[in-house]
Design a binder for this molecule. Structure first.
Ligand code: ITT
Length: 202
């Protein structure tokens, strides 16, 4: 069975493959089908965006597709950057620019108020022959934002995010450690269970 990962973000593809590495399904990246296929992310919620990614790619290529939308919600910023996490510092912002803008927005916020979470929403879209409606899953990882970036692993906001119960940032932990506790791992384990139950046994 093939599941298409409806994202052009190579870091997300790497993590998804690693989280699901012992799974029997074949994970095909969107870039293998069309490296230029673009999905406009104009939804107001993670769910809308995730669903849109999954459905567009499913309609174009005819595979079961997984769309994934993730963001960082910072309590002191009323949940920002949220769905705008990729574009927080502007449309073509780099990870570093987004992190700098975040740290500057939080510069007067004391440690105890720097709580935040990663929210990962996954949507599955099925070609018509499966007769299955789109399905949504969510994974959350709580933590806090530190004052200066630390570590070189991971991507995005990882160098400033310390997951709850840890003293190191996601970018200081190994990929294996991050992939055990992350928002993405929690959402993908549900995706896996659902597909194993609903599709393989059909
Ligand atoms: P696609 O829409 O093609 O999937 P994207 O990079 O736009 O790729 P998202 O909208 O889901 O993906 O991601 C929003 C941003 O949130 C992303 O660019 C990163 O900066 C950040 N992000 C997502 N997952 C993350 C993670 O596990 N660790 C750190 N930052 C993450």
């Amino acid at each position: 069975m093939t599941l298409v990962l409806a994202t052009q973000n190579i870091h997300k593809v790497q993590e998804m493959r690693s989280i699901l590495s012992d799974w029997i399904w074949h994970l095909k990246a969107l870039s293998e089908l069309n490296p230029n296929f673009e999905i406009i992310e104009d939804g107001m919620t993670f769910e809308e965006n995730a669903r849109k990614k999954a459905e567009h790619v499913m309609q174009e290529f005819g595979y079961i597709c997984l769309g994934e939308d993730t963001g960082l919600e910072v309590d002191a910023l009323n949940g920002q950057p949220g769905v705008y996490s990729a574009r927080y510092a502007g449309d073509k912002a780099t990870y570093q620019q987004n992190v700098e803008k975040l740290l500057s927005a939080l510069k007067d916020t004391p440690n105890q108020n720097r709580t935040a979470r990663f929210r990962c929403v996954c949507a599955l879209a099925f070609p018509v022959q499966y007769a299955l409606p789109a399905k949504i899953f969510e994974g959350i990882c709580e933590g806090m934002i530190i004052e200066k970036p630390k570590g070189d692993a991971g991507f995005g906001y990882d160098p400033v995010f310390v997951p709850r119960g840890y003293t190191q940032t996601f970018a200081e932990l190994t990929a294996e450690q991050k992939n055990k506790i992350s928002h993405r791992a929690k959402a993908l384990q549900q995706v896996r269970q659902f597909l194993d139950k609903s599709v393989i046994l059909k």
